[in-house]
Design a protein around this ligand. Sequence first.
Ligand code: PRT
Ligand code: ZN
Length: 210
Amino acid sequence: MKTLKIAIQKSGRLNEKSVELLKNCGLNFENYKSSLITSVSNFPLEILFLRDDDIPEYVQDGIADIGIVGENVIQETKVDVAYLQRLGFGKCKLKLAVPVNSPIQKVSDLEGKAIATSYPNILNNFLQKEDIKADIKTISGSVEIAPGLGLSDAIFDIVSTGSTLKNNGLQPFADVVSSEAILIGRKGEENTPLIQELIQRIQSVLRAKD
Ligand code: PRT
Ligand code: ZN
């Protein structure tokens, strides 16, 4: 039988929970921080450790068969993949936020304003739906410092506890999308026996947690 390949985040917020989930599924593997690929000894599976941003494309292009990644990353990269299973960890929201003293209080106040984000596609879709024209400033990180530096009037960023916003004198005023870690695969290949076996094991791990 062909070996299945799963892509998970190499390091970062989803790495530990992804590894833990696979171990709880009864899969035996070495988790060396230095290696980019590892084999599971008791299931025909190889694990690829990647930057989270690359995972949707690796799955779409068939380098990996399945992957674990935040829904926000899938939506931003616009790849066409199948959602196989919501995983219940890595939960967060993409929110619009402004400095606490800002005159911007609601979404319509963003007309003509500059918004800094690492998620320009998701933001652009949202603004189009709301019929608002704003200047999207795409930056790759530390979005929360943009208003203080004068780069933008508002930000659109991932929030979980909200303490990063608070520490930077920002307050959220609109939730745009929610996200959690998702198991993704290629469309049309959801029903292969190995993928189904893995999904069933994942579902029983998730059920045992409830
Ligand atoms: O290196 P690589 O590219 O793989 O990782 P990365 O740095 O791009 O991503 P990483 O590890 O930061 O996040 C991976 C995924 O975790 C994200 O794509 C989300 O799906 C999910 N996630 C869940 C989060 C958060 N919670 C979160 N809080 N991603 C980022 N954050 C940021 C937030 O923007 C803020 O800057 O963490 C900071 C702390 O948040 P607060 O609200 O708790 O203060
Ligand atoms: Zn990333």
